[in-house]
Design a protein around this ligand. Structure first.
Ligand code: ZN
Ligand code: ZN
Ligand code: FE
Length: 746
C-alpha cells in the first residue's frame, strides 16, 4: 500500500541489524533481499513483523535462503512496472504519539496542528490522483521549507517521503471566524477561544480531516438541544469525542476489544454501553436515552490541543451539515450556511478532496463489525477470490456505498449516505467519477439493484452501452457476505432488514434463501403484511402495529388496552384500517425491520421514529440477557408471527415488564431463524449459513443466533469488515455480476 512508510521502515531495520541488500515494491508484494549473519537476519525478520508501521498490513512473509551475494549498503530500489497498477492508497491515519510529542518541543512544530509523518496523517482525504506524490494531493500549494525538505529526503528520518509533511513555517494553518469575520489569531489564541466557547455552552463548527464537525459540550443539555435545532436533527444520536479512555470510563463501559478499536490508528466511532455501573451520564439529548453511545477519541493534533484546554471531558462531534445532506468540506459553504448558527467557525486552508465521515463500528461476538465504513478504512480494498475487473456496482438507496472492481480487488467507496437529497446524489456521482479515475477503472459491466426507482439504479444510465446486471437486494446482501469470506458455493442465506425490492414486486426483508453467487431460490420468508402508507410506515411504527393487530384480532383489536391507543390519534388508526381494507397504498412487506417496529410500538417505545431504525434500537436496548422465555410462532412456506403478537398483547394485559416482553420477542426471532434454517438443512443438506442485513446490527440477536447455530454444528458466516446494512450491498452486486460474467450469463 502506498503512503504507509513501509520501505523506509525496512531500510531502517536492515541498517539497525547490520544487513546489506535492497527493498523493492512490485504490484503484488514487497521484495526484500538481505545478506548478513543468521542472528541478525532473525532479528530483522522479527522486527519486520513486530514493528511494522501501524497502517501497513503484512498478510504473509515468505522467506527463502539463496546463494550469498555481496551488496554495498542497503538501498531502496526504484520500482519499475508498478506506477500504473499500484492502486492501493492508505486510509487516513490518526496522529501518532511521536508527532504529538513534536508539537510540544520541536522548534517550528511547536503547537503546529498539521504535524504528520510516514506513520500518521492525512492520506485518502487529500489525494487527487496516483501515484501518491505531494503534487497530486491538496498539499500541492504548500512549498516545503528547507528543514522539511531535508527531513523528507533523509532516509533515516521519520518524515522520509511523508508526502503531507509540513511545519509552522511552510504548511497549512487554522483560521478562526467569529460572526462571519476572520480573526487574525494564532493557534494558541484560537484553541483558547474555541475551548472557552464550548465550555460556556456555545456551538462551534470546525474543519477536520474528511469534513466539518459541529461541536458542543456533550454534558450541557441546552447546548446539545441547540445543536439539534440547528442541524434539524430531531433524535438521531450524536457521536461524542472523549478526552481519553480514562475520562470515558466514567460514562460508558468498555471491553478490551472495544478499547482496541477505540485506540486503533483508524480511530472509529465505537458504539459502547452507557450501562448501569457508570457514574456519570452525558446529556440525555445526545443519544435519545438509548443504552448505546457512539464514542471516539481525538485523532487530529487539533483535537488533542483542544482537549488540553477544554474543561469538559466530552464534546459532541457530529457531521457539520444540515441533516440529510453530506458532510461539508468547503470553507465558503461552511461560512455561508453556518455563520448565523455558530458562535465560532474554525477553518483551515488545506482542501479536503475526498469527503469522509467518521466510521462507526460495534464489537459483536468478540469482533469489530463495521456499521459505517469511511475515514480510516476507505479506500483499502476488499480482497476477494473472484475477478471483478471493470465492474461498477451502484449499491442501494439508503446508506449507500458503491464499489468498483479491479482484478480480484473490490474498492468500496466511503459511506455516501441516503440518496434522497440532491447534494448527496451529487456527492455520489462525483465520487463514482473520482473512483473510476483514481483506480484506473473503465466500466465494462454495471450492477444495480432490482428496484426500478432507486437513484442508484437510475445513475447507471449515465453509462450508456455498458451491459447491466440486475441483482435482487437480499441476494446482494448474502453475496456480499459470501464475497467477504471467499465463499463460492451453495449456502443457506438469511437476509433480514427493513426493505428491499422483491422479484414478485413486494417489499422483502425477512428472507431465507438457498443461493450461490449466481442465483437464489427463496425457500421461506417472514409473512407478508400490508405496509400502510408505504415508506411512511418506516417512520411511523404505529402503522405497522395497527397492521399486525388488525391481522391478528380483526375488528376486535380496538377493544384491547394498549399504549398505542393512548399515544396515537384514534382517527389516524381508523384511516389506516380503511387503507388496509381497501388496499390503498398498502404494499405487502416481509421486512423484519417492520416487525421490530410493530413490537416497539406495541410496547409504547416508539410510535413515531425520529431517526432510522429508532424502534428496533429502543427495543434492543430493553433486552435482559438473562431472560430465556419466548413466544410461539409458526414456520413453513412462510414464517408467521401472529401468535407472537397474541403473546405480547397477552403479556401487556398482565402488566408484564416491557423489558421481559422485549427479551421474549428477541428470543422468538432467534428461534424462528434457527428453526427455519434447520428445516432447510434437513431438506437440502447444506450447513453453511450466511447472515446479512441491517437487523444483524442488533448485538443480542446476532450473538444469540450465532451461538445457537454453532452449537448445532453449522458453519456460520457474518459480516465484519463490510457493513451488514445496505452499506455492504454493492460488494454483493459486484460479486453476483462477476460470477454471472464468468458463467457467461450476462
Ligand atoms: Zn506521526
Ligand atoms: Zn516546513
Ligand atoms: Fe438491505
Amino acid at each position: 500500500m502506498q503512503g504507509v512508510g513501509f520501505r523506509p521502515f525496512v531500510y531502517r531495520i536492515a541498517i539497525k541489524n547490520k544487513l546489506t541488500g535492497w527493498v523493492q515494491n512490485t504490484n503484488e508484494n514487497v521484495l526484500i533481499r538481505v545478506t548478513g549473519n543468521e542472528t541478525d537476519i532473525a532479528l530483522f525478520l522479527d522486527s519486520l513483523q513486530r514493528e511494522a508501521p501501524p497502517a501497513s498490513m503484512i498478510e504473509k512473509v515468505a522467506f527463502v535462503a539463496t546463494e550469498p551475494e555481496t551488496f554495498i549498503g542497503f538501498s531502496i530500489l526504484h520500482s519499475h512496472n508498478v506506477s500504473e497498477d499500484i492502486t492501493e492508497i492508505s486510509p487516513d491515519i490518526a496522529v501518532c504519539s511521536a508527532c504529538l510529542e513534536d508539537i510540544t518541543r520541536e522548534g517550528s512544530r511547536i503547537d503546529y496542528s498539521f504535524v504528520n509523518c510516514t506513520n500518521c496523517g492525512p492520506r485518502f482525504t487529500i489525494i487527487r490522483d496516483l501515484p501518491y506524490d505531494r503534487d497530486k494531493t491538496t498539499m500541492q500549494p504548500f512549498n516545503m521549507c528547507p528543514d522539511c525538505r531535508e527531513e523528507y529526503e533523509t532516509i533515516t528520518d521519520r518524515r522520509f517521503h511523508a508526502q503531507p509533511t509540513a511545519c509552522g513555517s511552510c504548511g497549512p494553518h487554522y483560521e478562526l471566524h467569529i460572526a462571519g469575520n476572520p480573526t487574525n489569531k494564532g493557534i494558541r489564541e484560537i484553541i483558547g477561544q474555541v475551548s472557552a466557547i464550548i465550555d460556556n455552552g456555545g456551538l462551534v463548527l470546525m474543519k477536520g480531516l474528511g469534513g466539518m464537525h459541529a461541536a458542543c459540550d456533550a454534558l450541557n443539555d441546552t447546548a446539545v438541544a441547540k445543536l439539534r435545532e440547528v442541524k434539524n436533527r430531531e433524535g438521531k444520536p450524536f457521536a461524542v469525542m472523549f478526552r481519553d479512555t480514562g475520562s470515558l470510563l466514567e460514562y460508558v463501559t468498555m471491553t478490551k476489544k472495544e478499547e482496541q478499536s477505540l485506540l486503533s490508528w483508524r480511530r472509529p466511532i465505537v458504539l459502547l454501553n452507557t450501562g448501569s455501573g457508570t457514574a456519570r451520564k452525558v446529556s440525555c439529548n445526545v443519544n435519545a436515552g438509548l443504552s448505546l453511545l457512539g464514542v471516539m477519541l481525538p485523532y487530529l493534533p487539533f483535537h488533542h490541543q483542544l482537549f488540553r484546554h477544554l474543561k469538559t471531558p466530552a464534546i459532541v462531534m457530529t457531521s457539520g451539515n444540515f441533516s440529510s445532506e453530506p458532510i461539508l468540506t468547503e470553507n465558503q459553504v461552511a461560512l455561508d450556511q453556518f455563520t448565523q448558527h455558530m458562535e465560532a467557525i474554525v477553518l483551515h486552508n488545506r482542501d479536503i478532496y475526498n469527503r469522509t465521515d467518521d466510521s462507526v463500528v460495534r464489537i459483536i461476538d468478540g469482533k469489530e463489525r463495521i456499521m459505517r465504513r469511511s475515514r480510516g478504512y476507505v479506500p483499502a480494498p476488499v480482497r476477494t477470490t473472484m475477478n471483478s475487473d471493470g465492474i461498477l456496482a451502484f449499491g442501494a438507496e439508503l446508506t449507500n456505498c458503491f464499489c468498483v472492481g479491479k482484478g480480484k480487488k473490490a474498492f468500496l467507496s466511503q459511506h455516501i449516505g441516503d440518496l434522497q437529497s440532491l447534494e448527496t446524489t451529487l456527492f455520489y456521482e462525483q465520487t463514482i467519477d473520482r473512483f473510476l479515475q483514481l483506480f484506473r477503472v473503465k466500466p465494462a459491466l454495471l450492477a444495480v439493484d432490482m428496484h426500478p426507482d432507486y437513484i442508484s439504479t437510475k445513475t447507471a444510465r449515465k453509462f450508456p452501452g455498458v451491459p447491466l446486471v440486475i441483482v435482487q437486494h437480499h441476494h446482494a446482501h448474502i453475496a456480499s457476505c459470501m464475497a467477504e469470506h471467499g465463499l463460492d458455493e451453495k449456502v443457506i442465506g438469511v437476509a433480514l432488514d427493513g426493505t428491499g425490492y422483491g422479484d414478485d414486486g413486494h417489499i422483502w426483508g425477512g428472507e431465507f434463501f438457498v443461493c450461490d453467487l449466481v442465483d437464489y431460490k427463496r425457500i421461506t420468508h417472514f409473512d407478508y403484511l400490508p405496509l400502510p402508507g408505504g415508506d411512511l410506515a418506516a417512520e411511523e411504527p404505529w402503522r405497522m402495529a395497527v397492521s399486525y393487530l388488525y391481522r391478528v384480532f380483526g375488528n376486535e383489536f380496538r377493544k384491547l388496552d394498549l399504549p398505542i391507543f393512548r399515544e396515537t390519534d384514534p382517527e389516524k388508526i381508523e384511516i389506516v384500517v380503511r387503507m388496509i381494507d381497501r388496499n390503498i397504498n398498502c404494499p405487502l412487506t416481509s421486512g423484519a425491520g417492520r416487525l421490530f417496529d410493530a413490537v416497539a410500538s406495541l410496547l409504547g417505545l416508539c410510535q413515531t421514529a425520529t431517526f432510522q431504525a429508532e424502534g428496533p434500537m429502543r427495543l434492543e436496548s430493553m433486552v435482559l440477557p438473562d431472560c430465556h422465555e419466548s413466544y410461539p410462532f409458526n414456520t413453513g412456506p412462510v414464517i408467521r408471527f401472529d401468535n407472537t403478537i397474541r403473546g405480547i398483547v397477552h403479556d401487556l394485559s398482565l402488566n408484564t415488564d416491557v423489558k421481559i416482553i422485549a427479551s421474549k420477542f428477541h428470543n422468538t426471532i432467534i428461534s424462528a431463524i434457527f428453526e427455519s434454517v434447520n428445516a432447510i438443512r434437513n431438506r437440502e443438506g447444506i450447513s453453511r449459513v450466511v447472515l446479512s442485513g441491517g437487523v444483524f446490527q442488533n448485538k443480542y440477536l446476532f450473538e444469540g443466533i450465532i451461538a445457537r447455530l454453532r452449537k448445532n454444528l453449522y458453519n456460520v458466516y457474518a459480516h465484519a469488515v463490510i457493513p451488514t446494512n445496505d452499506g455492504g450491498v454493492s460488494l454483493g452486486q459486484l460479486a453476483v455480476a462477476s460470477k454471472r460474467r464468468e458463467n457467461k450469463c450476462v
